[in-house]
Design a protein. Structure first.
Length: 275
């Protein structure tokens, strides 16, 4: 059955760009469905709210912080990747059941061009900074792409738990080893929240001796150039922010609900860059 009502849920959800993205495609394709909305959902009332949204006719919900684990717990059927990540960011609601999926890892993979995957990730040393929710998807994705994944986090124990959960056989990188690992990595991705505030200054990684061919990725897209990416750019390294991943993970949710594969156009990228 066609899904008519879709939305992103979070707490708070006010700053989400998902409505701009989904409504761009709904309009572009001329779909006869309601506009995609954003809805605040109190974590303490999660189950009741989801049931009410189902009754109100919502068939597709994107889930953002801090609700991804609750969404995982409420799902009757869970995709393999969600099971691995223990997190759901896409719910499909029907009268019989709730399906939970996670589109972050696919979104990250689809945000990379073929050349970067081949030259900087597959069979190459990759380094992930941070061990929060988003790091899980990135570590999973890099491992799927055949990268040798190393993980650094300020709190080392969290990195060890993440690697263990994803059955990745490597020890977390400790602070003293970080520069050496970074200097021999082909791909480095920052998943920490350091940089989300305009005045945040990257003090995690020193770019002084990073190889010129190393690809530097930051999941942060606002600001467009985090201090992490700025420092990398000054050194002449190739950099990418998280905007394309944001759109690609939305595209995969859109495909799950509407069974249509959408393109990520330059027009949409520019639209979001101007927000
Ligand atoms: P997300 O869901 O976006 O991944 P999160 O789960 O809150 O967010 O995780 C935030 C990550 O950023 C964590 O790895 C955190 O490190 P800790 O586990 O040590 O808390 C990391 N982080 C946040 N601020 C940081 C800072 N100033 N320096 C280094 N790491 C930081």
């Amino acid at each position: 059955m066609a899904i008519d009502r879709t939305a992103v849920i979070g707490f708070p959800v006010d700053h989400s760009l998902s409505p701009i993205i989904h409504n761009h495609w709904i309009k572009e394709l001329g779909l006869d469905v309601k506009p995609y909305e954003k809805i605040n959902v109190d974590p303490n009332k999660f189950e009741d709210r989801i049931n009410n949204l189902k009754i109100e006719g919502y068939g597709g919900l994107n889930v953002t912080v801090p609700l991804k684990e609750l969404a995982f717990n409420i799902s009757d059927e869970i995709s393999d990747v969600s099971k691995k990540l223990k997190s759901v960011n896409t719910l499909s609601l029907s009268s019989e059941k709730i399906n939970g999926d996670n589109t972050d890892a696919v979104g990250f993979i689809n945000s990379l061009d073929k050349k970067t995957i081949e030259e900087n990730i597959t069979n190459k040393k990759t380094l992930v900074l941070g061990a929060g929710g988003s790091a899980r998807s990135i570590v999973y994705a890099l491992n799927e792409l055949g990268g040798q994944v190393r993980l650094f986090n300020r709190t080392t124990e969290k990195a060890a738990i993440l690697l263990n959960d994803l059955s990745i056989k490597s020890d977390p990188v400790c602070k003293e080893e970080l520069d050496d690992y970074a200097n021999s990595s082909s791909f480095i991705v920052n998943t920490t929240s350091l940089g989300q505030k305009v005045r945040d200054h990257n003090d995690i990684l020193n770019f002084e001796n990073i190889e010129t061919e190393t690809y530097i990725y930051d999941l942060i897209y606002n600001p467009k150039r985090s201090s992490f990416l700025e420092q990398a750019e000054v050194k002449g390294l190739k950099v990418q922010n998280g905007l394309r991943m944001l759109i690609e993970q939305a595209a995969y949710s859109f495909q799950i609900w509407h069974e249509i594969k959408v393109d990520v156009s330059n027009e949409l990228m520019s639209l979001l860059e101007s927000v």
